[in-house]
Write a protein that binds this ligand. Sequence first.
Ligand SMILES: NC(=O)c1ccc[n+]([C@@H]2O[C@H](COP(=O)([O-])OP(=O)(O)OC[C@H]3O[C@@H](n4cnc5c(N)ncnc54)[C@H](O)[C@@H]3O)[C@@H](O)[C@H]2O)c1
Ligand SMILES: Cc1cc2c(cc1C)N(C[C@H](O)[C@H](O)[C@H](O)COP(=O)(O)O)c1[nH]c(=O)[nH]c(=O)c1N2
Length: 175
Amino acid sequence: MDDAAGLASAAPVTKERYRDAMAAVAAAVNVVTTDGPGGRAGFTATAVCSVTDAPPTLLVCVKRDSSVGEAFRANGALCVNTLAPEHKRLSNLFGGRTPVEERFAAATWRRGPSGAPVLDGALAHFDCRIDRVVDVGTHAVLFCEVLDIGVGEPCEGLIYVGRRYDSVLACAAAG
Ligand SMILES: NC(=O)c1ccc[n+]([C@@H]2O[C@H](COP(=O)([O-])OP(=O)(O)OC[C@H]3O[C@@H](n4cnc5c(N)ncnc54)[C@H](O)[C@@H]3O)[C@@H](O)[C@H]2O)c1
Ligand SMILES: Cc1cc2c(cc1C)N(C[C@H](O)[C@H](O)[C@H](O)COP(=O)(O)O)c1[nH]c(=O)[nH]c(=O)c1N2
């Protein structure tokens, strides 16, 4: 039966149905890092998206009640490290309840211009200044101006789809 607006009535969009549908959407896997006065922190994120290329801007969504959120706000800087298939274990470490030192001990890092850790061997990295934070429901959306970019050697990217990891060809054009 159609409602007054002419739209077919549908089952309510519950959190569970929303998550089930989102589970069907493939996403690149990133470890997002920060360092500075608020301390070193990092977490695994699939909620990362390019916003505009002028000025180069991306967004990252972070759960507001996560242990890491405050460090990002305090430091005002972050690096999005896009993972290759060999980083599956790293993704699980940064996505679980692992202490921060144990997360970082599992890989080699250097410091980007923003001060945030840059992952050796990442498919690509985007070093950023956090320009704006917008709270939406359970998450904070961090709008980030990209200060520095690196494109790595790996030609395959790590993706997360159907609640599991997979890999995809991802030879990025160096610029
Ligand atoms: N955006 C996010 O915060 C996000 C994204 C992916 C996974 N995760 C977390 O990783 C764990 C494993 O995830 P899963 O994919 O195996 O199973 P799941 O059923 O928890 O999630 C299915 C999909 O729903 C989306 N999603 C999950 N939690 C969300 C949240 N709090 N806010 C917005 N979107 C969300 C993601 O696209 C995810 O891949 C869960 O604890 C999940 O909360 C969080
Ligand atoms: C594949 C995958 C993808 C995501 C996540 C997990 C995994 C396994 N997590 C969850 C996030 O990484 C987790 O909560 C961190 O451990 C940070 O929180 P704590 O430090 O544990 O509180 C997550 N969290 C978030 O806020 N935004 C996101 O986009 C994602 N994406």
